[in-house]
Design a protein around this ligand. Structure first.
Ligand code: PEP
Length: 255
C-alpha cells in the first residue's frame, strides 16, 4: 500500500533560530506517525540547520526549488548537486508561486525534474489551474498540459521517486479549499493524464497530493478521499500543532 505523504512548504519563513524551534516542537508531536511520510521543504538557508535538527526524527528534508544546470552563471539559483550534498531528499518543482512570480514554465519544470532525478532527489511536481482557467472550464486541459510537459523524457522506472501535488492556485494561501469531492475529482483527471503516459498500474501507484489551504480542520475529510495521497501544506506547516494534526489525519487513513 502506498504511504500518504505530507509535505510542509515553509516558503520564505523561518531563520535558523525559527527553524530549530519549529523542528524541536514538531518532533515529539509527529513521533511514531510512521504510516505516512513527513517532509519539510525549508528555505535554502535553513537546509543545513534543518538537516541537523531532524536527525533521529521521522521527518525528511526537502528544498523549494532546484536549477536544471549542473553549475555556472545562474545568480541566485541552487543546483541539484548542492541539495544532494546536504542530504536533501525531496524538492518542490514548479510551485505556483514560482510560476506566477518567477516565470517558471512547463518547460523549465521538466528540466528541473530531470536534473533532480539525475542527482537522486525526489521531485514534488506542483500543478494547478488558476481561478480564471477554472471559470473558463479549462481545468482539465491545463492540468493535462502541465502533466504531459512535466513528464517529457521521464522513464517509467523513475515514477516511484516522483510525487505530484495538485494545488488549485485559487486555493493557495487564500483560505479557500477545494471541497474534498472536487479535489478528488480533479486529482482523478491528473491520474488519468498519467495513465495515458504510463498505463494504469504505474499511474495508480503514484502519489498525488492535494494542496491549497489544507489545515487541521479540513485534513481528515480531504485525506479520506480515494485519490488523495497526502498534502502539500503552506501556512499550516508553520504551526507545529496544526501541522501535526494534518500528519495525524494522513497517518490514520493508512493505519
Ligand atoms: C502551498 O504553498 O503549497 C500551499 C498549499 O499553501 P497554503 O497551504 O498556505 O494554501
Amino acid at each position: 500500500m502506498k504511504k500518504n505523504i505530507i509535505a510542509g512548504n515553509w516558503k520564505m519563513n523561518n531563520t535558523q533560530k525559527g527553524t530549530k524551534e519549529l523542528i524541536a516542537q514538531l518532533a515529539p508531536l509527529v513521533a511514531g506517525k510512521d504510516d505516512c511520510e513527513i517532509v519539510l521543504c525549508v528555505p535554502f538557508t535553513s537546509l543545513n540547520t534543518a538537516r541537523k535538527a531532524m536527525r533521529g526524527t521521522n521527518m525528511k528534508l526537502g528544498a523549494q526549488n532546484v536549477h536544471w544546470a549542473d553549475k555556472g552563471a545562474f545568480t541566485g539559483e541552487v543546483s541539484a548537486e548542492m541539495l544532494a550534498e546536504l542530504k536533501c531528499e525531496y524538492v518542490l518543482v514548479g510551485h505556483s508561486e514560482r510560476r506566477q512570480y518567477f516565470n517558471e514554465t512547463n518547460d523549465t519544470v521538466n528540466k528541473r525534474v530531470k536534473k533532480a532525478l539525475e542527482f537522486k532527489l525526489k521531485p514534488i511536481i506542483c500543478i494547478g489551474e488558476t481561478l480564471e482557467e477554472r471559470e473558463k472550464g479549462k481545468t482539465a486541459s491545463v492540468l493535462e498540459k502541465q502533466v504531459t510537459s512535466a513528464f517529457v523524457g521521464i522513464e517509467k522506472s523513475s515514477l516511484k521517486r516522483i510525487v505530484v501535488a495538485y494545488e488549485p492556485v485559487w486555493a493557495i494561501g487564500t483560505g479557500k479549499t477545494a471541497t474534498p469531492e472536487d479535489a478528488n475529482d480533479t486529482i482523478w483527471i491528473v491520474r488519468k493524464a498519467l495513465r495515458k503516459l504510463y498505463g494504469r498500474t504505474s499511474a495508480s501507484a503514484m502519489r498525488i497530493q492535494y494542496g491549497g489551504s489544507m489545515n487541521a480542520g479540513n485534513a481528515n475529510e480531504l485525506m479520506a478521499m480515494a485519490e488523495i495521497d497526502g498534502g502539500l501544506i503552506g501556512g499550516a506547516s508553520l504551526k507545529a500543532e496544526d501541522f501535526a494534526k494534518i500528519v495525524e489525519s494522513a497517518n490514520k487513513v493508512n493505519e
